[in-house]
Design a protein around this ligand. Structure first.
Ligand SMILES: [Ca+2]
Ligand SMILES: [Ca+2]
Ligand SMILES: [Ca+2]
Ligand SMILES: [Ca+2]
Length: 359
């Protein structure tokens, strides 16, 4: 009897220790304020801009027109204002747009309907387009071989999709006008039937529009139509079974949709539904103990959530909760001391926050 109670007591204690140690497990996700604005953060972008600084750098644009360059130095985080527009900047992108200037260049655009090309080091800037409505999304990439420079895609609140190309000077074509506002665009190799790269564009019409060049001429096609207004788009390798990159879209009603290519056609799958509208998505390797890339989302419910495949199912983990609603999220290797990637988020809290995994 006595032996039995000791046995039970020991069992209970081990159980309690297990529970307590579980609660005291180290929190591996750290959030750090990298920069604070006086206005809403409209867009955060991560990419390799400066070839002399290891890893990636960060560009943030705000509702009061600021364009801020952020990078990690030996002494901590450095912020530098590259330019201040007279109105809100909503879109930003990074690309090789001036081969005479070392490193990549930054483009921003917003409420004035203007695309500004900026050098991160000299802060020199040049207007390369001024015919848009309120610009929401920008992307840069090699889309049209008829022009040696990379091209720019600019989408606006009136549903206009512009292709910008450099033919001795910057010119543009209005390729399409959608029925509702267009909000985000990415460039990648999404169409295996078409040589080179393509752009994808999403917006409130719920359509996923592909922009591509054929024999130097611009063309579009609708590759998919989803069930709710779309706010952001990202792409990356997620499912080995399907060749090529997968595309992830997030919507105004909290839907997270995965597009995968099966037999040349895009199939869509809802992989998660958040409590409120979403304003950020990325595909990146942010958790080194999970194989390959993870999906990260950020929304009006203020949570940064990681979504990842495990045994054929989609699992989720909340990494951090902001003090206010989301507006943008981007991931990359901006903390080059680690082999995995980090994310940066921004929105109504007016803060640019880095989310880091610590081993
Ligand atoms: Ca760099
Ligand atoms: Ca350059
Ligand atoms: Ca080109
Ligand atoms: Ca991983």
């Amino acid at each position: 009897m006595k032996k039995k109670s000791i046995f039970i007591l020991t069992g209970l204690m081990s159980f309690l220790i297990l529970i307590l140690s579980g609660q005291e497990a180290p929190q591996r996700w750290k959030a750090k304020t990298l920069w604070e604005s006086k206005a809403k953060i409209q867009r955060v972008i991560v990419g390799d801009i400066d070839p002399n600084h290891r890893g990636d750098e960060i560009i943030s644009v705000t509702a009061n027109g600021e364009v801020v360059y952020t990078y990690e130095s030996h002494d901590g985080w450095v912020n530098d204002i590259l330019w201040i527009d007279t109105a809100s900047n909503t879109g930003a992108a990074i690309g090789e747009l001036d081969t005479d200037h070392p490193g990549r260049e930054v483009i921003v655009g917003g409420a004035r309907g203007v695309v500004e090309l900026i050098q991160f080091d000299t802060k020199k800037h040049q207007t390369i387009f001024d015919k848009g409505g309120s610009l929401h999304g920008l992307s840069v990439g090699e889309l049209n071989a008829a022009y040696p420079s990379q091209e720019v895609v600019a989408v606006d609140g009136d549903g206009q999709l512009f292709a910008l190309y450099k033919d001795s000077e910057w010119k543009h074509t209005l390729v399409l006008k959608d029925s509702a506002r267009l909000r985000d665009t990415i460039i990648g190799d999404f169409d295996r039937t078409h040589p080179g790269l393509e752009a994808l564009v999403v917006g409130s019409s719920a359509k996923v529009i592909q922009l591509y060049a054929e024999n130097g001429k611009w063309a579009t096609k609708i590759i998919r139509e989803l069930s709710e207004p779309l706010a952001r788009i990202a792409a990356g390798e997620l499912l080995e079974k399907y060749p090529g990159q997968e595309v992830v879209l997030v919507g105004d009603k909290g839907g997270v949709f995965l597009l995968k290519q099966e037999k040349g056609a895009w199939e869509s799958e809802e992989i998660y539904r958040d409590k409120d509208g979403l304003r950020g998505v990325a595909v990146a390797d942010i958790q080194p103990d999970l194989p390959g890339n993870e999906v990260v989302i950020f929304g009006y419910a203020k949570d940064v959530i990681m979504i990842y495949p495990k045994n054929g199912e989609w699992m989720t983990e909340t990494l951090w909760t902001d003090s206010d609603r989301a507006h943008s999220l981007s991931c990359g290797n901006f903390s080059p001391s680690t082999s995995w990637q980090e994310c940066v988020v921004g929105g109504y809290s007016k803060k640019v926050t880095g989310i880091f995994y610590e081993k």
